[in-house]
Design a protein around this ligand. Structure first.
Ligand code: NDP
Length: 434
C-alpha cells in the first residue's frame, strides 16, 4: 500500500490473492524463497504515454495511454486493451495482475499484460475512433510484437478498434504479424474469439454444477452487461437450455420474465454491435419486458448470476440479496465484478462461486489459439475451436478442484489463485533472482 498509494483496485486484487497464497506458501516454504510473492505483485514495467488526436471538427484532444507489462515468466505478455473514461493505472494494474494467474490457469504459454486509455468511444464517429486508434498505436507499436506482447480487446475495444489498431501497426512495422488478437477473420482472426469469453463462462458454470450433480438446464439466469461477454454468455446459456431473464448496460437493466430467446438475442446483438444503442430500446421492441434505470439486476430472483459488465458491480448487499433469493451459483464473466464483502458472503454460503480469473479464461485461451493459428499460417474450424475451448474450461475447472477442494465443497477462489500461482512462481524461482 505504501509503494502504490491510492491504487485501490490493485490493492483489492492483490489482497484477494494474498489471503490464500500466503497460507499456501507458509505450508510449502519453497514459495517463501527469493521474495517470489512480492516479485509477482510488481509489474515488469508500465508504459504511460500521451495520445493526441483530432475530432471531426478539427478540435485537438489529449488522452492518456498505458501498457502495463506485468509478467512474462511463462510466455509473451498477453492481455486486453480497455478504452473507457475510468481507465487509470490502478485499474490496469489490477487487471494485469489478475491476468497473470488467469493465463497460467489456461495451461497455455501466456504471460500477462493489460493496457488502454481514458478515451470514451461512446458517441464518437467511426473516423474519430480510427484517428484515436492510429494515434494510440503509433506509440504502443514500440512496445509490442508477436513474441513480445500481443494485446487484445476489452471494454470499449471490439473488432472495429482492433482493425484500426492492426492497420496502423502493419503500416508502421511494414510487416504482417500476429501482433493483436481478436482480428477480423479476413486478416488472421480466429473463429469463436468473439464468443469465447461468454461461452467459456457458461461452460465454467456448467462444469461447477455438474461437479455437484446438477446442470444449467432449466435454471433461471440473471446477467449484467450487454457487451461482448454478456451477450455470448447469454447465447451459450440459452443453447444449454437455461432461462435468461436480464441484461444491462450503464444506464440500467431490462427484465424479461418470458426469457430472452435466440430471436430476441439476435435483435440485441444488432442493437449493441451495429447500431450501438442503449439497452432500454429492448422494451420498445419487446413491450412485455421492463426497464429499471440506474440499477444492476441482482434484486431479480434467480438460480444463477453472471456479472459480465465491470469491476465492483456486485456489492455485499447485492450478494446478500442474491443468496436470500436462492441463488446457487455465480460465474464472473467480468474481471473482479464482486466486491470483497460479496466474495466473503459467497464463500461462506459455499455456493458454486467461480471467480473471473477462472470463469472468464476462455477469451484469452482462444486468443492463444489465434496466436497458434497465426504462427502456423493456418485456420482451425469452428468445431475444432469449440472443442478446444470446452476442454480448456474443463481443465481450468479441474485445476480449481485440485487446489480448492474442501471437505464438503470446492473453494474456487482458493483453487484458482493457488492453481494459477504455482506455475508462474515455479518459473520465476527457476530463473533465479531476476
Ligand atoms: P464491452 O465493452 O463489450 O461491454 C461492457 C458492458 O458492460 C457494456 O454493456 C457496458 O455498458 C457495461 N459497463 C461498462 N462499464 C460499466 C459500469 N461502470 N457500470 C455498468 N455497466 C458498465 O466489454 P466486454 O464485454 O468485452 O467486457 C466486460 C467485462 O469482461 C470486463 O470486466 C472485461 O475486463 C471482462 N473480460 C472481457 C474479455 C473479452 O474477451 N472481451 C475477456 C475476459 C474478461 P455501456 O455500454 O453502457 O458502457
Amino acid at each position: 500500500i505504501r509503494r502504490n498509494p491510492g491504487e485501490t483496485e490493485f490493492h483489492q486484487a492483490v489482497e484477494e490473492v494474498a489471503e490464500v497464497v500466503i497460507p499456501f506458501a507458509q505450508a510449502n516454504p519453497e514459495y517463501l524463497e527469493s521474495s517470489v510473492i512480492t516479485r509477482l505483485t510488481e509489474p515488469d514495467r508500465a508504459v504511460i504515454f500521451r495520445v493526441t488526436w483530432e475530432d471531426d471538427r478539427g478540435e485537438v484532444h489529449v488522452n492518456r495511454g498505458y501498457r502495463v507489462q506485468f509478467n512474462n515468466a511463462i510466455g509473451p505478455y498477453k492481455g486486453g486493451l480497455r478504452f473507457h473514461p475510468s481507465v487509470n493505472l490502478s485499474i490496469l494494474k489490477f487487471l494485469g495482475f489478475e491476468q497473470v494467474l488467469k493465463n497460467s490457469l489456461t495451461t497455455l504459454p501466456l504471460g500477462a499484460a493489460k493496457g488502454g486509455a481514458d478515451f470514451d468511444p461512446k458517441g464518437k464517429s467511426d473516423r474519430e475512433v480510427m484517428r484515436f486508434c492510429q494515434a494510440f498505436m503509433t506509440e504502443l507499436s514500440h512496445h509490442i510484437g508477436p513474441n513480445r506482447d500481443i494485446p487484445a480487446g476489452d471494454i470499449g475495444v471490439g473488432t472495429r478498434e482492433i482493425s484500426y489498431l492492426f492497420g496502423q501497426y502493419k503500416r508502421m512495422s511494414q510487416e504482417f504479424a500476429g501482433v493483436l488478437t481478436g482480428k477480423e477473420l479476413s486478416f488472421g482472426g480466429s473463429l469463436i474469439r468473439t464468443e469465447a469469453t461468454g461461452y467459456g463462462c457458461a461452460y465454467f458454470m456448467q462444469e461447477m454444477l455438474e461437479h455437484r450433480g446438477d446442470s444449467v438446464e432449466g435454471k433461471t439466469c440473471v446477467i449484467s452487461g450487454s457487451g461482448n461477454v454478456a451477450l455470448y454468455c447469454a447465447e451459450k446459456l440459452i443453447s444449454l437450455g437455461a432461462h435468461v431473464i436480464t441484461l444491462s448496460d450503464s444506464s440500467g437493466f431490462i427484465h424479461d420474465s418470458d426469457g430472452i430467446d435466440a430471436h430476441k438475442l439476435a435483435w440485441l446483438k444488432d442493437l449493441k454491435f451495429r447500431r450501438r444503442g442503449r439497452i432500454e430500446a429492448y422494451c420498445e421492441e419487446f413491450p412485455d419486458a421492463h426497464f429499471y434505470p440506474d440499477s444492476p439486476p441482482w434484486t431479480v430472483t434467480c438460480d444463477l448470476a453472471f456479472p459480465c459488465a465491470t469491476q465492483n458491480e456486485l456489492s455485499e448487499d447485492d450478494a446478500e440479496c442474491l443468496l436470500q433469493n436462492g441463488c446457487i451459483g455465480v460465474a464472473e464473466g467480468a474481471n473482479m465484478p464482486s466486491t470483497k464483502g460479496a466474495i466473503r458472503l459467497f464463500r461462506e454460503a459455499k455456493i458454486s462461486y467461480g471467480p473471473g480469473k477462472a470463469a472468464n479464461a476462455g477469451g484469452v485461451a482462444v486468443s492463444g489459439f489465434e496466436m497458434s493459428q497465426n504462427s502456423m499460417r493456418m485456420a482451425w474450424t469452428r468445431e475444432d475451436l469449440e472443442d478446444r475451448l470446452r476442454k480448456t474450461m474443463c481443465k481450468v475447472h479441474s485445476e480449481c478442484v485440485e487446489y480448492g477442494q474442501e471437505k464438503d465443497h470446492v473453494d474456487y477462489v482458493k483453487g484458482a489463485n493457488i492453481g494459477g500461482f504455482i506455475k508462474v512462481a515455479d518459473a520465476m524461482l527457476d530463473f533465479g533472482v531476476v
